[in-house]
Write a protein of this length. Structure first.
Length: 431
């Protein structure tokens, strides 16, 4: 029976914020100083680059190659963090951490040893790659339990997805019902629950993942289903900026921004927030804060249902793009019938269109350059169309562009395709 829970905060900590012992102690400090006495659900990602390491292990195991060295490295990385935490934990917690790591790595070794056989690659990938979040969430639950009663919750029996391996689609009805039954009793009276981002489970108790960088989305799923008061995602940046500071100099922070603007930025590729995160939050008008785990007292960005004056132009860079041009072999115009065939083949290959443009005889699409999927689409279209493509390109999008921002962007870059609406400028370039 579902019971109401009021005042729930959801905190999401990504890989960078839990990458080592000092990051985990910083997380504990944030919880201690910002969430005292309130029900708190913490969603965590795998530590640092663990998901990449697990992907590598999976690929080696599947290819029947030796994966001992990277597995030892991954265990040593987690052990190093546990070791550095020792002085900060109660003796019983230290023992619990050691036992947890031992059991988790035994289970991972067993899983890797069983890779192969009849199940497909993607299904087995999910069983292996989910370990990062399972490990990190258990470690953090133990560390926080020294501070305040904290429960670790395996999200797999609760967050129900279908069997779209590596991109599990959420069954919202079942998930909402499960979460609203299981979590409120654990969260009442200031309790903390720590669970995993990125991970879900099927009806048959198989593990699924929600797509790379999907932990932000997990936080939104939990918040939506539990009708949270707010979500905070803790990042290594001061908030949502008008561009990635690792790529663009002189960025500015948006103190406040609407769901709609943010959804568009995420859609165009602003990697700070997973694109699926905003819709569930907007549907229930749950505010999303982006805050810096390096400066938790700073204001950050508030994303919510609001009106605001025009924002400073936002620059978004998406690398690894492929520009495909299709021309009908019989010189026929690009017609609706042709487009139906083209879109059908792209959808079949699960390729995502980032930009498209048509002229009388040719149709161009800019896609994420996923080689296997691209080859599948090209093979399907090759009989009917002359297919040409350029790989290794970059798609820039400028939202709320000005003439000066566009001039600056295209200067000294080879432009292959350009498009603009009243608010958005997009250009495919070779850098
Ligand atoms: N518009 C933007 N504003 C802020 N950060 C951005 C933006 N676009 C891209 N980023 C990048 O997003 C990174 C944070 O996101 P991410 O690495 O996914 O965090 P985590 O994995 O810790 O959740 C920042 O370090 C920054 O380089
Ligand atoms: N660990 C997963 C999920 C995730 O969202 O991670 P992060 O929050 O560090 O982006 C990944 O790397 O894809």
């Amino acid at each position: 029976m579902a019971t109401e829970l009021t005042g729930l905060q959801v905190y999401k900590f990504g890989g960078a914020s839990v990458k080592d012992a000092s990051a985990i102690l910083n997380l504990r400090h944030i919880v201690e100083t910002t969430a005292a006495g309130r029900p708190l659900l913490i969603v965590v990602s795998a530590m640092g680059k663990t998901t990449n390491a697990l992907e590598e292990l999976m690929a080696l195991a599947y290819a029947g190659r030796d994966y001992t060295a990277p597995l030892v490295r991954l265990e040593a990385y987690h052990q190093e963090a546990a070791h550095a935490l020792t002085a900060h934990l109660k003796p019983t917690t230290q023992t619990d951490v050691q036992e947890m790591l031992h059991e988790a790595f035994e289970a991972l070794s067993e899983q890797l040893a069983g890779v192969g056989g009849t199940a497909g690659y993607d299904e087995q990938y999910d069983q292996v790659v989910s370990f990062g979040e399972l490990l990190a969430s258990q470690l953090i639950a133990l560390v926080l339990n020294d501070l305040r009663p904290t429960r670790w919750q395996d999200c797999r029996p609760l967050l129900r997805t279908d069997t779209s391996w590596r991109e599990g689609r959420v069954n919202w009805t079942v998930t909402e019902n499960n979460l609203r039954t299981a979590l409120p009793p654990l969260l009442r009276e200031g309790g903390i629950v720590v669970t995993q981002g990125f991970v879900g489970g099927t009806t048959k108790s198989r593990t699924t993942t929600l797509g790379r960088e999907g932990s932000d989305y997990s936080a939104a799923i939990f918040a939506y289903c539990l009708r949270a008061e707010s979500v905070t995602i803790w990042k290594d940046v001061p908030g949502l900026l008008n561009a990635d500071p690792k790529i663009f100099p002189d960025t500015v922070r948006y103190p406040e921004i609407s769901y709609q603007e943010t959804i568009e930025m995420a859609y165009y590729g602003a990697s700070v927030i997973h694109p699926k995160t905003l819709k569930p939050l907007a549907d229930r008008k749950i505010p999303l804060r982006v805050k810096s785990f390096l400066d938790p007292a700073a204001e950050g960005t508030l994303i919510h249902d609001c009106q605001h004056p025009p924002l400073a132009p936002a620059f978004i860079r998406k690398t690894g793009q492929c520009l495909v041009s299709l021309e009908s072999k019989d010189f026929a115009f690009i017609s609706e019938e042709n487009l139906e065939v083209i879109f059908g083949a792209l959808a079949q290959a699960r390729l995502k269109i980032n930009l498209m443009q048509n002229s009388a005889l040719s149709f161009s699409v800019c896609l994420d350059g996923e080689p296997t999927r691209l080859a599948q689409a090209v093979a399907a279209l090759g009989a009917q169309f002359r297919v040409q493509y350029n790989e290794g390109l970059t798609l820039f999008t400028v939202k709320n562009y000005t003439a000066a921002s566009v001039t600056q962007l295209v200067a000294e870059r080879t432009v292959l395709l350009e498009q603009r609406t009243r608010s958005t400028f997009q250009v495919v370039v070779r850098e």
